[in-house]
Each structure stands twice: as C-alpha cells, then as structure tokens.
Design a protein around this ligand. Sequence first.
Ligand SMILES: NC(=O)c1ccc[n+]([C@@H]2O[C@H](COP(=O)([O-])OP(=O)(O)OC[C@H]3O[C@@H](n4cnc5c(N)ncnc54)[C@H](O)[C@@H]3O)[C@@H](O)[C@H]2O)c1
Length: 326
Amino acid sequence: MGEEKFLVTGAMGCIGAWVVRNLLRDGVEAIIFDQSDNDQRLKLLLNKRALAKVQYIQGSITNLDDIKKALHQSGATHVIHLAALQFPFCNADPGLGAQVNVVGTANVFEAIRSAGNQIGGMSYASSIAAYGPDHLYPQKPLQEDVPLHPDTFYGTYKQTNENTARVFWKEWKVGSVGLRPATIYGVARDQGLTAGLSKATLAAAVEQPFHISFGGPTAFQYVDDTARIFIDAARAAWKGAIVCNMHNIVTDVREFVETLQGLAPNAQITYEKNSKLPFPVDFDCKNLRRIIPTVPLTPLTEAVGKTLDLFRKLASEGRVNSEQLE
Ligand SMILES: NC(=O)c1ccc[n+]([C@@H]2O[C@H](COP(=O)([O-])OP(=O)(O)OC[C@H]3O[C@@H](n4cnc5c(N)ncnc54)[C@H](O)[C@@H]3O)[C@@H](O)[C@H]2O)c1
C-alpha cells in the first residue's frame, strides 16, 4: 500500500475535527466525508493553511452511493467512521436516528467491502451507551464482551453497529475496530448529553457562570487522546471485528470542577449533585491494549489546563464567546 489517506466520516464533528488535526500533524492526508459543510469546529483547531490542505466531500452515510463514490474518488487507504446522530437527537427522532446510525453504518461497511482491498484498516465509533444502565452489571470492571443491555435508542443503535461489524467480518472478512467513547472532553465538544464539562471550561475562559447538568462519577476522555486512538486503531488493520472500551480517567464531576477552579480561580461553575449520568464508568480496556501497545492518556489536570488555555486563546482572538454556552 502506498501513502496513507484517511477518509473520516462525520469529520465536521468534535472528535472528527481532532482526528483531522492529528492526521495533519502526522503529515497524513485527511478527507472529510460529512453531510454538513459547517467547518466551525475545524476552524477552532486548524489555521487557514492547514484547513486548505483538507479535502472535503459532501455526502450522507444514508446514501450508499455517496460513500462508494467518496472512497473511489479519494483513493482512501483507511476509514474512520464517526458520523452519527448523538443521544438527544436519536430521542427526538428515533426513525431518523436509526437511518443515520444503523443504516448509515451498514452502508459504510458495505462501501468498504465493495472497494475490495483498497481499505487497509478501519475504526468506527460505538459508545458506552451500548452497555445501558450501570446497575445491570454487578461484575466490575465491565468486560468488553459481556451481553449488552442498552435501554436507549442511541445505545441500541450502537449495539447494532457492533453486531453489524461482526457480520461483515463473518461474511466478507471486513476487519474493524469498534471503539466505545465515554464522556469526551475538549474544545469543539459543544453538543450531546455530556458536553457540560467542555462548556464549563469555555465558561471559565470567558469568565461566565455555568451549571453542569449532571454530577457523580464520569468516565472522562480527553478528545486529543481519543482522536489518536481512532487513528491508531484504524492503522492496526485488525483482522476480525474487535470492540474496545477506551482508556479513560474516572473522575467525579466535583473533582473536575475543583481542578478547573484551581486553574481558573475566578470560575463560577456549579453542577447538579443529584443527577448521575446513566452510564457505567468502570471498564476493562484489555482489547484496546491488544491493538494499541501505547495508549495515550493525558492526566486530568493537564487535559483541563490545555483545554482552558486553548479556549482562552480562542476567546482573545474573538473565535469563541459566551453565546456558545447555550
Ligand atoms: N462525544 C461523545 O462524548 C461521544 C461518546 C460516545 C460515542 N460518541 C460517538 O463518536 C462519534 C463522533 O462523536 P462527535 O462528538 O464527534 O459527534 P458530533 O455530533 O460532534 O459530530 C457528528 C458528525 O456527523 C455528521 N453527520 C450526521 N449525520 C450524517 C450523515 N447522515 N452523513 C454524514 N455525516 C453525518 C454531522 O454533520 C457531524 O459533523 C459519533 O458516532 C458518536 O456517537 C461520541
């Protein structure tokens, strides 16, 4: 295989923008496949020169031809599949959620299959929401291969994605690494159930009060680490359909707020003490260590510090403001 070229579905989103940033830093070509042409998240992370290097293909994963054409036209060697509707959007419209998250993911796998040997490796986003409520799993840490009991549309669709990947391996030997992110944290994390930690950091940077709508233990993942893991997982060119929990730092929202306030003493951040997230936090990550020998894991204080610094810089340049707290 010649030079690496990564096609990233959903790359206008938060994790995707960080994946693109990391690929460019590695000197690797990145191709964005997204139905949206809103590049506001990318613009937070890339300068104009870097952004100009990125190829953008507009299309929907709900349309098989769109993805097939994108793979053909781009000559991609790897795929990172992130495009999806998040938890609240699946609740708001379960049919559309299934179309994008379930049918769309089957289309991505089918496009890779029909591209023959073109794609050397792929990773895709599942979610810890595939597990469902913590109390259904008395045995901790949670193993990757326990039977899943999702109780939300979003979690159910993610479980189906994992099963879809298994069948694509069984029937046609399409190899994949499914990753289950938890609470993604960092600049550009502006929507979804757990975006409150990132918004609180923006609030601290622009010296505005902010209330995080949940409390309790949280499986915290710094988005830069997450992006690297998606890239390394695709590069692993896995022969099989493995699903991995992701390395994370289990912190309490209280500890997060204390860390943030230690770094920004004027911050006025509060949180909902009696509203815990409906997901487990204690995961075994042995599958991830099998495919990525060195898993990036930025310590909490460093991750919060880097995020705060970047938000402060962006605020001083007028590129983020308190309107993004809504
Ligand atoms: N952010 C988290 O905390 C978290 C946690 C667990 C799992 N995940 C999963 O990780 C992936 C990326 O998450 P994110 O936070 O970057 O999401 P995001 O909502 O920021 O971005 C999703 C992107 O997908 C695109 N998209 C939506 N429908 C599409 C379609 N039909 N065709 C093409 N593109 C489409 C959107 O335009 C958007 O750019 C998703 O699959 C998500 O479910 C995220």
